[in-house]
Design a protein around this ligand. Structure first.
Ligand code: NAD
Ligand code: GLY
Length: 373
């Protein structure tokens, strides 16, 4: 095992603490990492059709080499899989395969597989353990860490779910090499998020290294993944259930989720792209309300554009909802309190804050202006 190149980040949650491993060949060596977590030598793998073709055989070979028996369940790829129907089928499969309390369910895939599998694990027999093997950049820097799991419903995104922490995260940097360019860029939006919300120095580093990152330079990528995971682990350890500070991780998400909903959770706009546009909108709203300089908002937008991400409503193909319809979609956000929306705004790059003080009239003015921005 190339242990020298593998780095770890601990998520400090007391008796539910776990390590995130970041580095090469972690799928090929997963058996050795998972074995100490098992009460009996069997696991249930959940993955999607794209990841199965590319990485399932490697995982299964590694488990076999470690003396672990594995079943697998392959779901369709994409956001539309995060539904009650697939959850029900997955739970039925896991029960049919005799998964018991004390067994480990392994999510091999991007955020869709991680969220759905983690939720199934949280409710199966009132909770079984699960491991995350994230294969997208987005899942490695964000969704596999922190224990948010769930599915989408017609009322909105991630509205049904549970907090259920994984026992381990294996972020294999080799897996990213097979990622389509668009998915890679979408994941990069979540990397940029950590700089924008709380680490101006990291944002400077991203600006200086964007070409290396976009060209897949493995050292640069590993640094970006580790920095992102450390930032997320720190916040999750402080505020696991989003009583306060964790909401900062939703920078751009209130807008982004509404945009995903208005495009029908389709390929027109994938999650990270919605987050990119949403973060630019959050900075623009911060400028409109007098919190942030226009220079910082422009700098944030330019960096995301340079990474090839959409940054404006006009970048979304096809028609989207009216300003009022988008506001109505935002009102389904989990962070609504007494009907008031919570926004993550910014005073500067690296200095985001949480507010419930955005007046409805200001929001409508803002959304109307965004239509032509
Ligand atoms: P995804 O899981 O749909 O993966 C994107 C695409 O890449 C899919 O088609 C998938 O099959 C493919 N893919 C995955 N790994 C691959 C690989 N190594 N090589 C080639 N193709 C590969 O999407 P995502 O962007 O990873 O995750 C988005 C989801 O994550 C959204 O549902 C979002 O709500 C959720 N999310 C959750 C959290 C959380 O804290 N739980 C945080 C952020 C996002
Ligand atoms: N992606 C937001 C969170 O984990 O809190």
């Amino acid at each position: 095992m190339t242990t020298k190149q593998v780095k770890t980040v601990n998520v400090g949650l007391g008796d539910r603490a776990y390590d995130i491993f970041v580095g090469p060949q972690l799928i090929a060596n997963a058996g050795a990492h998972l074995k100490p977590l098992l009460k009996r030598n069997r696991v249930a793998i959940v993955t999607d059709e794209n990841v199965a073709k590319l990485h399932l055989a490697t995982l299964e070979a590694s488990l076999t080499a470690a003396g672990i028996t594995a079943t697998h369940y392959i779901l369709p790829a994409g956001e539309k899989t995060k539904t009650f129907e697939h959850l029900q089928n997955l739970c039925a499969h896991l029960l049919d395969k005799g998964v018991e309390r004390g067994d480990l369910v392994v999510a091999l895939g991007g955020g869709v597989i991680g969220d759905l599998t983690g939720f199934a694990a949280s409710i199966l027999r009132r909770g079984v353990d699960f491991a995350q093997i994230p294969t997208t950049l987005l899942a490695q820097v964000d969704s596999s860490v922190g224990g948010k799991t769930g599915i989408n419903v017609p009322q909105g995104k991630n509205l049904i779910g549970a907090f259920h922490q994984p026992r381990i995260v294996l972020a294999d940097t080799d897996a990213i090499q097979t990622l389509p360019a668009r998915e890679f860029r979408a994941g990069y939006a979540e990397v940029v998020k950590y700089g924008l919300l709380g680490d101006a120095g990291f944002f400077d580093w991203l600006e200086a290294n964007v070409e290396r990152l976009m060209n897949g330079d493995i050292d640069a990528l590993t640094h970006a993944i580790l920095t992102s995971c450390k930032a997320k682990a720190r916040i999750v350890a402080e505020d696991e259930r989003e009583g306060g500070k964790r909401a900062l991780l939703n920078l751009g998400h209130t807008f982004g989720h509404a945009l995903e909903a208005t495009t029908g959770f389709s390929d027109r706009l994938i999650h990270g792209e919605g987050v990119a546009i949403g973060m630019v909108m959050a900075f623009d709203l911060s400028v409109q309300l007098g919190f942030c300089s226009g220079q910082d908002a422009t700098r944030a937008a330019k960096h995301l554009e340079k990474a090839g991400l959409p940054t404006r409503l006009r970048d979304i193909p096809g028609t989207i909802g009216t300003p009022q319809e988008l506001i109505d979609l935002m009102a389904q956000d989990k962070k609504v309190v007494d009907g008031t929306l919570t926004f993550i705004l910014a005073r500067a790059i690296g200095n985001a804050f949480i507010t419930r003080e955005v007046a409805n009239s200001d929001l409508l003015t803002f959304m109307t202006a965004q239509e032509t921005a």
